[in-house]
Design a protein around this ligand. Structure first.
Ligand code: ZN
Ligand code: ZN
Length: 309
């Protein structure tokens, strides 16, 4: 199985001279089986270029049947879709799979909402391809030769991690995820008078938080490639608590705990330049060694990088 990154940036596209090496497109990942079978994760702006690639390389072989797994529906994970060339071709079949929405909106409504006439000249139902939407929860299913399982992550909207199994190999994506934390214990430590705190309840919350974080790590156990949220450094995170993202340090820990073989740091912060990412990459490899790892291959994801598992 092979994975290729088409968009690695978090939050907003960041074109320009400072992001040429790692790329400025938002989340989009192409996965291929040994016989070129295709699976796409996320429809950020990287999807536009992937669409052009599919039209040049796959369409000559026959009509495009495309499965797109959405981790969630924040802008940076759906905004490439209106510019996805295969959606304009009548023979294309496109199946979206994405998390149910707790706010009562259908997946189709949310994705097509970005194409409302005020924002975009072409409506979803005017696209020529056959496009379908399927809402999913924590579950397991098959898409052609790929076995897919899902796990809820900690993000300000329902967001899914994916575990893709093909033959004996696995790829896991865990991004747009912030480690769960015990906000009751945080409140307690902020205040001098602890009389009105129920220590037992706080302890129970602590156990729950640990279990939820462990559940996510268990989901990725032993994977060949782990694509992990590494938007912030530990220092930056102090002012971004609750925004739904992890730190580079947490990503390394996750790589070590899950005993993954390769760890791709993903969803780079928009402020991050190529120069900074290069420097962070060196520090990160050192840090991973200090934290006790000598086996995991750690790298920062960049556009067009292909990784085999
Ligand atoms: Zn995101
Ligand atoms: Zn998000």
């Amino acid at each position: 199985m092979k994975l290729r990154f088409w968009g690695v940036r978090g939050s907003v596209p960041t074109p320009g001279p400072k992001t040429v090496k790692y790329g400025g497109n938002t989340s989009c990942i192409e996965i291929r089986g040994d016989k070129n079978e295709l699976l796409i994760i996320d429809a950020g702006t990287g999807l536009r270029e992937l669409g052009n690639y599919l039209i040049s390389n796959d369409l000559p072989e026959g009509p495009l049947h495309i499965n797109i797994l959405l981790t969630h529906t924040h802008w940076d994970h759906i905004q490439g879709f209106p510019f996805f060339g295969p959606a304009f071709i009548p023979s294309s079949k496109i199946n979206f799979h994405g998390p149910v929405n707790a706010m009562g909106k259908k997946l189709e409504e949310i994705v097509s909402g970005q194409m409302a006439y005020s924002y975009f000249p072409i409506k979803l139902n005017e696209l020529r391809a056959d496009i379908k939407f399927k809402e999913i929860r924590e579950e397991e299913f098959e898409l052609g030769p790929f076995k897919v399982s899902t796990c809820y992550l900690n993000h300000p909207i329902l967001c899914l991690g994916y575990r893709i199994t093909y033959k004996n190999k696995t790829i896991v994506t865990l991004y747009d995820n912030e480690p769960y934390r015990n906000i009751f214990a945080e409140k307690r430590s902020e205040q001098e008078n602890h009389d009105h705190f129920d220590d037992e309840a706080i302890h129970e919350a602590e156990q729950y938080v640990k279990a939820q974080n462990q559940k996510i790590l268990d989901f990725a156990e032993g994977t060949d490639l782990l694509v992990f949220d590494a938007q912030y450094t530990q220092e930056e995170y102090k002012t971004k608590v609750g925004w739904g993202h992890s730190t580079i340090e947490h990503a390394i820990q996750a790589g070590i705990f899950t005993r993954c073989k390769k760890l791709a740091l993903f969803h780079h912060d928009p402020v991050r330049s190529d120069k900074e990412l290069d420097a962070l990459q060196v520090q990160t490899i050192d840090k991973a060694k200090q934290m006790g790892d000598n086996n995991i291959i750690v790298f920062f994801a960049r556009e067009r990088l292909e990784v085999s598992v």
